[in-house]
Every structure is written in structure tokens, then in C-alpha cells.
Ligand binder design. Structure first.
Ligand code: NAD
Length: 479
């Protein structure tokens, strides 16, 4: 079995220990053994990054463009092979895996351009004979900590802007998905990144993650993951005055009004709630539906769910792959039981499925007759489980949509321009969608939420530079 080590200072190193990376569609399929780093590896990665920083932070925009653009080309050229690898280790379908690698390639190409577009300002001083320049500079060494559900796209949308702005990186992917991270770093190395600029330390959050949070030379930490870990990341970073950016969970509402196009609404709900096995921070887990369309909507969603194939992620014809691991499957099944205990009606699905291969297959679950006070509507489940909440009208629907600790994405299905525009302005989410699924975003515009979903500057698009740069104001009096 091939052993995959850590990437520190431009070289692949042996790790102290290795863990098998198993395919959740087929537990007998081991993708490889992947290294688990230690705090000492994080120290070595930081030293390598520090040694590389002066040269990289003063590299020309053209140098950065060439590396990022080259990595983007390589990702796009190898999207089938890498998409299969991603699907094999995470469990999303082949098409979703290929789509995610394509997105990662697009992100690198966009930020290649951003390297050329970094600008500053020259401002007249209030004092005679003095000029003022406001320039953006890299933050320094950044720690990037990512979750398992988008193993290529999320690392890409952190690594690419970090590099475009001239930072050096210590990258820790989630324990469950080291293969995508390994492949991505290998591609960046092949694209000509100087030694030490990007370092990969795989391993446990409690070991490698903690070492990143506490390292005095890591100036900024960008984290995507659960709320519980995110709060800890923020507290630790604030304690030593490191810059921090968090993207966390969601409990995203999709509001369906009586005047909605039924087919569009059902498609948005099924896509948003159940595809990628519901393991998306932007998944539509609360389907808020007004009275007159409620029964037709539930009947059609159920009919669509009946036609969806849940099976091995790489099998032709599979619509929904497995849940990522045993712990997540247990959590999903526990929430199905919680919903039933709370008095919700399990309208469809929610059972573990057996398939030809041993894997974590779960039938998508649809609850009806739920209230927004139920735990299944308040806590992030992170599985293919959605709950329908019946409401009287748009006003009640908006109130229910906003009645949550989260605020990542929110959608409305309606043909009323008045309600669509009102929703855009009054939703308390960072991203709103009209007649579109709550999941599925563009890469050249800001991504992020409000309330308990996000903290700190936005990711993606031009806005990414807020986090990865710091401003310097320079005063000059020419003599
Ligand atoms: P998680 O919080 O368990 O882990 C995220 C990362 O943090 C992993 O790399 C993990 O190893 C690391 N980590 C764990 N403990 C740590 C510690 N003590 N110190 C430092 N790092 C530590 O989350 P997950 O289960 O990998 O991902 C699922 C979560 O991610 C869901 O809540 C989902 O909503 C969220 N998510 C959010 C977004 C977004 O952009 N808002 C996108 C994708 C996923």
C-alpha cells in the first residue's frame, strides 16, 4: 500500500504514523496510507514557511500568476482522474467530484488574475509637500484548516488567495480526506511553487490543528468546519492576537410560496437538501412551505426522492453517494430518531441501506408536520435529511426563515417580484437565492454568512484579500 507523507520545505517527508484512507462506498477499498503529523512537524513547516516568506512576499505578480494559472490548468486537465479520487475518498458522486475539481481549477485561475490586480491608493496628504500611499501587503504565515465535505474546493479557495497575496502557508486538511489535499499540493509543487511557500501537515485536529492555532509565528488562521471547533479556533487565535476567519455551519431555509413554479421549487429543494448526501454547509435543511402549495409540494418531493438511486459513488446511475463515515451516519440516524420522538412525521426514508459493497448508505429522509422549535430544525444535522415546516403566508415564512442561530444561505421560490425582493432585503443570511437551490455558488463573488455561520472577512472573489492582506499607510516628504 502506498504511503503518503507530509510536504514540508518543498520535500515529501515520512510521517511518524499513517492511517488508512477508506472509501465510504466500499470499506474494503483502501485508497492509501496517509501520514499523520505532529506538533514538531508544524514547527518544521512554520520554519520552512518563514524562510520562504521574504522572497515569496516580494515575488512579482507574474511569478504568482504563473504558478496559480499553471495549477489551475493542471486541475482542469486532470479533472476526471482527480474527481474520481475525490469521490472515492469523500463519497460524493463521480459527477459531483469532477464538478468540484473543475471548480478548484477555476478558483486557481481566477486568483492567478487577482495576483495581477493587487492595487493600492495614492492620496493627497492634509500636510503640504507630503504624499500618502495605502498599500496591501501579505499577512505573513497563514494556517489553513479545512473540513472533509469539499476536499478540493475549500482548500483551493483558501490556498489560491493566500498565495496570490504573497503569504506562506501551513495547510491542515480534515483527517478523512487527505488524498485530495495531497494531490492538490503535489500539483502546486509541480506548478513551480518555491520551496517552503506551501506546507502540508496532515493529521488530527487535536494535534496538528491545535499546534497551528497556538503557534506564535502563524499570523492568521482561516478555518472552515463545525461551530463547536470554530468557536475554539476563534478563542485561541484571539488569545494570542492572531487574525481569524471562520466559515461554519448552516440551517438554511428554502421558502416555497403558493405562487411558486412547483417544478422549480421541487428541484431546488431536492438539489439543495439531498445532493452531495446533504453534506453541504449550504444545504436546504428547512423547507418552509405556505399552505396552498404544501401538499402538492410534499407529494412531488416524495415522488422525486423515490426515483433517486443511493449507491456506490462511482457507479453509473448513482444520484446520491454514501455518508462520509460511521460517526456521521450514526449522527444522521440519531437525528431521525430525535425527529420522531419530537412528534415530527417521518414522511419518507431515513433508513440505512445495504448495497453490493459495504458502505454508509442512507435513504434520504423527509420529515413533515414539523415546527421550527424542534431540534431537527434548530441543529445542523449535516446529512440527507430535511424537514418541511408549514406556514400561513410569506410574512410567517420569512419570520421562521430568520428564526435560527445560523445565517449562511437562504432561498425563496416564488414568481412574485415583490416577495422575492423583500426576501432579498430582509433575510438575515449572508447569501440569498431566488428560484435557485440554497447550495451552489459562484467563485468570483463573496461567500459567507452571518450570525453563527461565519466570523471575520468573507472568502472568495475580490473580497478574499481582506483576510489575506494587511494595509500599510506610508507617508513621504520628498527632500
Ligand atoms: P470539524 O469542525 O470537525 O473539523 C474541521 C477541521 O478542523 C478539520 O480539519 C479538523 O481536523 C480540524 N479540527 C478539529 N479539532 C480541532 C482543534 N481542536 N483545533 C484545530 N483544528 C481542529 O468539521 P468537519 O466535520 O470536518 O466539517 C463539517 C462542518 O463544516 C459542518 O459543520 C459544515 O457546516 C462546516 N462547513 C462549513 C462551510 C462554510 O463555508 N460555511 C463549508 C463546508 C463545511
Amino acid at each position: 500500500m502506498s504511503k503518503h507523507g507530509l510536504f514540508i520545505g518543498g520535500e515529501w517527508h515520512k510521517a511518524e504514523s499513517y492511517a488508512p484512507n477508506r472509501n465510504p462506498s466500499d470499506l474494503a477499498d483502501v485508497i492509501g496510507d496517509y501520514g499523520r503529523g505532529t506538533a514538531a512537524d508544524v514547527d518544521a513547516a512554520v520554519d520552512a514557511a518563514a524562510a520562504a516568506f521574504v522572497a515569496w512576499s516580494h515575488s512579482t505578480p507574474q511569478q504568482r500568476f504563473d504558478v496559480l494559472d499553471g495549477a489551475g490548468d493542471e486541475l482542469l486537465a486532470r479533472k476526471e482522474e482527480l474527481g474520481e479520487l475525490l469521490a472515492r475518498e469523500e463519497g460524493k458522486t463521480r459527477a459531483e467530484g469532477v464538478g468540484e475539481v473543475t471548480r478548484a481549477g477555476q478558483v486557481f485561475k481566477f486568483f492567478a488574475g487577482e495576483a495581477l490586480r493587487l492595487t493600492g491608493e495614492k492620496v493627497a496628504s492634509i500636510r503640504p509637500g507630503v504624499s500618502v500611499e495605502v498599500m496591501r501587503e501579505p499577512v505573513g504565515i497563514v494556517g489553513l484548516i479545512t473540513p472533509w465535505n469539499f476536499p478540493m474546493a475549500i482548500p483551493a479557495w483558501k490556498i489560491a488567495p493566500a498565495l496570490a497575496s504573497g503569504n506562506c502557508i501551513v495547510f491542515k486538511p480534515a483527517d478523512l480526506v487527505p488524498a485530495s489535499a495531497w494531490a492538490l499540493v503535489d500539483i502546486l509543487d509541480g506548478a513551480g511553487l518555491p520551496k517552503g511557500v506551501l506546507n502540508l501537515v496532515m493529521g488530527r485536529g487535536s494535534v496538528v490543528g491545535e499546534a497551528i492555532l497556538g503557534h506564535p509565528k502563524i499570523a492568521a488562521v482561516s478555518f472552515t468546519g463545525s461551530v463547536a471547533t470554530g468557536r475554539h479556533v476563534a478563542a485561541t487565535c484571539a488569545g494570542r492576537l492572531a487574525k481569524v476567519q471562520l466559515e461554519m455551519g448552516g440551517k438554511n431555509p428554502l421558502l416555497v410560496l403558493d405562487d411558486a413554479d412547483l417544478d422549480v421549487a421541487v428541484d431546488c429543494a431536492v438539489q439543495g437538501a439531498f445532493f452531495s448526501t446533504g453534506q453541504r454547509c449550504t444545504a436546504s435543511s428547512r423547507l418552509i412551505v405556505t399552505e396552498a402549495i404544501h401538499d402538492r409540494f410534499v407529494a412531488k418531493v416524495t415522488e422525486t426522492l423515490q426515483g433517486l438511486v443511493v449507491d456506490h459513488a462511482l457507479k453509473a446511475g448513482t444520484h446520491i453517494g454514501p455518508v462520509v463515515d460511521e460517526a456521521q451516519l450514526t449522527q444522521d440516524l440519531d437525528y431521525v430518531a430525535v425527529g420522531i420522538r419530537e412528534g415530527a412525521k417521518l414522511h419518507w426514508g431515513g433508513e440505512r441501506l445495504n448495497r453490493e459493497t459495504e458502505g454508509y448508505f442512507l435513504q434520504p429522509a423527509l420529515f413533515t408536520e414539523t415546527t421550527n422549535a424542534m431540534r431537527i430544525n434548530r441543529e445542523e444535522i449535516f446529512g440527507p435529511i430535511a424537514a418541511v415546516i408549514r406556514v400561513k403566508d410569506y410574512e410567517e415564512g420569512l419570520m421562521v426563515a430568520n428564526d435560527t442561530e445560523f445565517g449562511l444561505s437562504a432561498g425563496i421560490c416564488t414568481t412574485s417580484l415583490k416577495h422575492a425582493e423583500h426576501f432579498q432585503r430582509h433575510s438575515q443570511a449572508g447569501m440569498t437565492m431566488v428560484n435557485l437551490p440554497t447550495a451552489g455558488v459562484d467563485y468570483h463573488v463573496p461567500f459567507g454568512g452571518r450570525k453563527g455561520s461565519s466570523y471575520g472577512p468573507r472568502e472568495q472573489g475580490r473580497y478574499a484579500q481582506e483576510f489575506y492582506t494587511t494595509v500599510k499607510t506610508s507617508y513621504v516628504r520628498p527632500l
